[in-house]
Design a protein around this ligand. Structure first.
Ligand code: KIV
Ligand code: ZN
Length: 514
């Protein structure tokens, strides 16, 4: 049976980045975009160009780098948003503008303050503005999951006539269920007279844990693009997880009349990269990319798998990119081997100075830890990628004492805007004491929302990777730090988050405003 193509549209860099604290630097976004292209994602939504100058620059940079994947920017249905998007994607070999407007009664009345007629008129104009920049224009009816079917038919017919080539049906608030959503998709395909002139798409949120189920059921009803994110990252409970969509379609090829172009062996590296960069760890029992996804604990399962793998395994771990941690470099590796490995990982350092700094850190790490894995290199580069101007706070020194029966104490020296200050504090443990000492100097007034530690690789000599999520005045940031000493990793993560709070300006949420 010949299969139709299912377009994979990844929005990790846009909707994924709307998760609290998941904002990424330009360098981090480029690393993720390269990995997505390596995985052969068809369309990469690289951001919302009008959100901030930083977002615009990151999309523009990605557009100049990628060769195969289509680079897309989101834009509200406004002329200035679309101009930003069009300029941001200009360098791309393949480019798309994704414009949207809300279509549910509640959003039109309460959020937009527009009548349905005005919404249709604006949507049609938006397609015209977008077509000045590219023929590849996607239209989304925001909150389609709660919109009236007749109105959806009307607006989609109008935007297709105006030149929209992809028609996206988002379940913005994660409200729909598989059967009614498939029905909506089927009705749109049947009732919109020019439906055959575009590719129909779905974009599902996971508020009821149904984002993947809803997306797949729309695919069975005729959708030919799915919008998804790595690890299911995204607003609130997240978006449909790319890895689950891709592997469901592949594993149940007997059911789905479609196939994707994704190189599934790149899924686990992409998952690890996104988790490491955003500070959103993957739960161990997460499908496909969780640490336990292929671990057979129960004795009866192990016995079955040993006798015949397929008794309990429907996919092979290696097919989605699980490998034993690969030893890549060691103490005696030279600069050329080091640089080559970074290139293979899609990491491009800006100039010799940065390469020297990262290489020095690599040698220091190789002294403490004999085997250096890809995951170590990713963490090391993230640590070192902070530019001096983004480092208002820097840890110069730390000493921690922790002894049975004694109160842990920390002494630190922190550079604040170039001036060194020292502090000492006690705490319930060495990490608590260190954070208190940092606060004595920083006086940040932040609230600690999350503290988590993960071993990057296996063994007691592994680097600990710490994520710290801080909030201040409604802003939330994640900081990361990695070190073989987890107290130092914790201090780095805390200081990294403080620097992000210090550096970042507010940025616009595309769905938050009119
Ligand atoms: O969830 C949503 O509706 C969106 C749109 C902007 C497509 O993210
Ligand atoms: Zn969304």
């Amino acid at each position: 049976m010949s299969k139709e193509k299912l377009v994979i549209f990844d929005t990790t860099l846009r909707d994924g980045e709307q998760s609290p604290g998941a904002s990424m630097t330009q360098e981090e976004k480029i690393r993720v975009a390269r990995q997505l292209e390596k995985m052969r994602v068809d369309v990469i939504e690289a951001g919302f160009a009008a959100a901030s100058p930083g977002d615009f620059k990151a999309i523009h940079a990605i557009a100049g780098i990628l060769k195969e994947s289509t680079v897309c920017s989101l834009a509200r249905a406004s002329e200035t948003d679309i101009e930003h998007a069009g300029e941001a994607i200009r360098p791309a070999a393949r480019k798309r503008i994704h414009t949207f407007i809300a279509t549910s009664p509640i959003h039109m009345e309460k959020k937009l303050g527009m009548t349905p007629d005005e919404v249709v008129e604006r949507a049609v104009k938006a397609i015209g503005w977008a077509r000045r920049y590219t023929d590849d224009v996607e239209f989304s009816a925001e909150d389609a999951g709660r919109s009236e079917l007749d109105f959806l038919c009307r607006i989609f017919e109008a935007v297709i006539r105006a030149g929209a080539t992809t028609l996206n049906v988002p379940d913005t608030v994660g409200y729909t269920l598989p059967t009614p959503f498939a029905h909506t998709m089927g009705q749109l395909l049947n009732r919109v007279p020019n439906a055959d002139r575009g590719v129909w798409s779905v974009h599902c949120h996971n508020d009821l844990g149904l984002a993947v189920a809803n997306s797949l059921s729309a695919v069975l009803a005729g959708a030919r693009q799915v919008e998804c994110t790595i690890n299911g990252l995204g607003e609130r409970a997240g978006n449909a997880a790319l890895e689950e969509i891709v592997m469901a379609v592949k594993t149940r090829a007997d059911i789905f009349p479609v196939e994707t172009c994704i190189d599934a062996t790149q899924i686990v590296p992409a998952s690890k990269l996104v988790a490491q960069i955003t500070g959103y760890p993957v739960q161990p029992n997460k499908a496909i990319v969780g640490a336990n996804a292929f671990a057979h604990e129960a004795g009866i399962h192990q016995d079955g798998v040993l006798k015949h793998r397929e008794t309990y395994e429907i996919m092979r771990a290696e097919d989605v990119g699980w490998t034993k941690n690969k030893l890549v470099l060691g103490k005696h590796s030279g600069r050329t081997a080091f640089r080559n490995r970074l290139t293979e990982l899609g990491i491009e350092l800006t100039g010799e100075d940065q390469l020297n700094a990262v290489f020095t850190r690599f040698k220091e790490l190789a002294d403490k830890k004999h085997e250096i894995f890809d995951e170590d290199l990713q963490a090391l580069v993230s640590d070192e990628a902070t530019l001096p101007e983004q480092e208002y706070f820097r840890l110069n020194y730390s000493r921690v004492t922790s002894e049975t029966g004694e109160i842990p104490q920390a002494r630190i020296a922190l550079s604040v805007g170039g001036r060194e200050q020292q502090a000492e504090a006690e705490g319930s443990g060495p990490v608590d004491a260190t954070f208190k000492a940092v606060e004595q100097v920083a006086h940040s007034g932040v609230e600690l929302l999350l503290y988590s530690v993960n071993a990057i690789t296996t063994g007691t000599d592994a680097q600990g990777e710490v994520t710290v999520r801080l909030a201040k005045n409604g802003r939330v940031v994640n900081g990361q730090g990695a070190d073989t000493d987890i107290v130092i990793a914790s201090a780095k993560a805390y200081i990294n988050a403080l620097n992000k709070l210090h550096a970042s300006q507010g940025k616009l949420n595309p769905q938050g405003e009119v």
